[in-house]
Design a protein around this ligand. Structure first.
Ligand code: GLU
Length: 303
């Protein structure tokens, strides 16, 4: 009897706000190796929704850099900027279920009336949840978050994680006042549409995962398995980001050397003289030997 196999689908979803840096390469290599280790597909999505933050030329630069590392994706690249209809449809579905509401509050008003500071800024106090007060104009669209206690999930690297969504975040934005769809909505809609079963990304997004799982439940989607990778830290213990001047890993760097550094960062024991191999040979080794159980959860400084 033929046993149906569960196909693994992984993805890498960079934001084209600058060239690929060491931290984003960690997410690219980690998601690639885990998907290929499971003989699965690896998809690529450009998260270019937030037009003012998009840097012209950055998306192309990221794609060329991935190619230079031998990181080949399956199928066409998905561009979030072209998926407005899918996001609108998902919002409509949530509206029909009575799960979203128009909010007339400005950022300043939320800040002034928030009951407390949440994990990622002020917690929404619920001002417009029961309808807009007379004279108020709708600005953002928010999802109602019920006060139903802890939201838990088991991360493939961090283990059991939990968040009290109502306390830590509150009713969160799905479409901003400027009409831009929120990252939380887009990522959930896109992962579901592509049949993604495995989300591997940086630990800076650990706090977003309960929101995304809750949205998946509201929309009736399957919940993928999550793996959050350790953060790349600067010498003073801060997360390295493009804003903090992280160096690009593109042109001028030796791809083999860089791949070996990333794999060691992910806790993999490489064979001797690995740096002398081609990127293709290194990836071939990595995709047959990749062991996510060896990946540490604590951030590390990379010299
Ligand atoms: N676009 C996000 C970033 O570059 C990653 C989103 C995700 O992997 O869910 O940080």
């Amino acid at each position: 009897m033929e046993i149906a196999r569960f196909e693994v689908v992984g993805r890498f979803a960079p934001s084209p706000t600058g060239p690929l840096h060491f931290g984003s390469l960690v997410a690219a290599v980690g998601s690639y190796c885990l998907a290929r280790y499971h003989k699965g597909r690896w998809l690529l999505r450009m998260e270019d929704l937030d037009a003012p933050r998009v840097v012209p030329g950055a998306a192309d630069d990221i794609l060329r850099t991935l190619e230079s590392f031998g990181l080949e994706w399956d199928g066409p690249v998905v561009w979030q900027s072209r998926r407005g209809d899918a996001y609108a449809q998902a919002l409509e579905c949530l509206r029909t279920k009575g799960l979203v509401f128009d909010c007339g509050c400005s950022r300043k008003e939320v800040l002034a009336s928030a009951p407390h500071q949440g994990e990622e800024g002020p917690v929404y106090p619920g001002t417009c949840r029961k309808g807009l007060a007379p004279g108020r104009v709708p600005r953002a669209l928010r999802l109602k978050v019920p006060d139903q206690g802890m939201h838990c999930f088991v991360d493939g690297v961090f283990g059991r994680c939990e968040q009290h969504l109502a306390d830590a975040v509150g009713d969160f934005v799905l479409r901003r006042a400027d009409g831009v769809y929120a990252y939380q909505l887009a990522v959930v809609v896109d992962d579901a549409a592509a049949g993604v079963t495995q989300v591997v990304r940086g630990a800076d997004l650990l706090g977003s995962t309960p929101r995304q799982i809750y949205l998946q439940q509201c929309l009736g989607y399957c919940v993928p398995r999550y793996y959050h990778l350790p953060l790349v830290l600067s010498a003073d213990g801060e997360k390295i980001s493009k804003r903090h001047g992280a160096v690009s890993v593109g042109q001028g760097t030796d791809p083999s050397l860089m791949l070996c550094r990333v794999l060691r960062f992910l806790g993999q024991d490489l064979p001797p003289h690995c740096e002398k191999k081609t990127p293709q040979e290194i990836l071939e080794w990595a995709t047959t030997h990749f062991d996510i159980r060896k990946t540490p959860s604590v951030g590390q400084v990379v010299a």
